[in-house]
Design a protein around this ligand. Structure first.
Ligand SMILES: NC(=O)c1ccc[n+]([C@@H]2O[C@H](COP(=O)([O-])OP(=O)(O)OC[C@H]3O[C@@H](n4cnc5c(N)ncnc54)[C@H](OP(=O)(O)O)[C@@H]3O)[C@@H](O)[C@H]2O)c1
Length: 241
């Protein structure tokens, strides 16, 4: 498949390397231009391109940048892109750590519904709840009882079927969480976020959350997310010393 990746950092770079090894034709892009990605592209055997090249003329386009930077993407990035192109969003909202407060995300909109509204294309949400290290080296054969399962949501069945196949190639199981509006269930601060659970455990824990994000559940998720953000900030500040 032809796969474009907007964002070539920890997740984008890892995904590009793995997909290239699976013989997909990958184009990576960042905010600074293809010349800044030449060395990485050569090393992992992918093409360095612009965000437009990654968004267009591919079967799949992956958006994997800091949530706040979605607002900086060109407004016409996906204009004219064919309807059957699959757009995957891996982004997470971290207001304290990185993104600042985005007013619309403080209410009922999920992280990905906000991205979908900005780029005006149907989105499949996945790869947001696996650490880049596991994405890089924890894939396992189908049937392995420790195979990590990734939650996936989106409003188009056939997009999710294609993503399920891609996850399988990468060595991960797929769990359909339903429509994109359900993606709150695996955002930062939720019980399965970055826990690398297998299919059975993931399924049970996501089902335990129920179908409605009550004010109590929402408050709890925000509390857990904030705690994680504080731990990250403390870790970064120790690293700087
Ligand atoms: N790290 C993880 O383990 C992990 C796991 C799951 C999900 N996520 C989520 O996935 C997203 C990416 O995470 P990451 O850790 O890979 O981030 P990262 O290492 O900081 O990399 C971000 C990438 O996005 C690019 N970028 C930023 N703004 C852009 C723009 N306007 N246009 C094009 N490219 C742009 C950056 O390019 P420049 O350097 O040129 O600006 C960089 O290549 C985040 O939302 C994150 O929360 C991360």
């Amino acid at each position: 498949m032809n796969i474009g990746i907007i964002g070539a950092g920890l997740i984008g770079g890892t995904l590009a390397r793995r997909l290239s090894l699976l013989n997909h034709k990958v184009t990576i892009a960042n905010s600074r231009g293809p010349e800044t990605l030449k060395d990485l592209a050569t090393e992992i055997n992918v093409k360095a391109g612009t965000a437009y090249e990654a968004a267009r003329n591919n079967d799949i386009a992956v958006i994997t940048i800091p949530q706040k930077n979605i607002a900086d993407l060109p407004k016409d990035l996906f204009e004219g892109v064919k309807d059957d192109v699959i757009v995957i969003d891996t982004c997470n909202y971290y207001p304290l750590l990185r993104d600042g407060v985005i007013a619309e995300l403080e209410h009922d909109l999920t992280n990905s519904e906000w991205v979908q509204a900005k780029i005006k294309k149907p989105i499949v949400k996945t790869f947001n709840s696996i650490p880049y290290t596991s994405l890089g080296d924890a894939g396992r054969p189908k049937g392995d009882k420790n195979r990590i399962a990734l939650p996936v949501s989106g409003d188009r069945k056939k997009d999710k079927e294609a993503v399920s196949d891609l996850l399988d190639q990468l060595g991960f199981d797929f769990f359909d969480v339903g429509e994109l509006k359900n993606s709150w269930k695996y955002e930062p601060g939720t019980p399965t976020y970055c826990m690398d659970f297998n299919l059975e455990t993931l399924k049970n824990k996501l089902n335990d959350l129920g179908t409605i994000r009550t004010p109590e559940i929402k408050a709890n998720i925000i509390e857990q997310r904030t705690e994680q953000e504080k731990q990250f900030l403390e870790y970064y500040s120790k690293m700087k010393k």
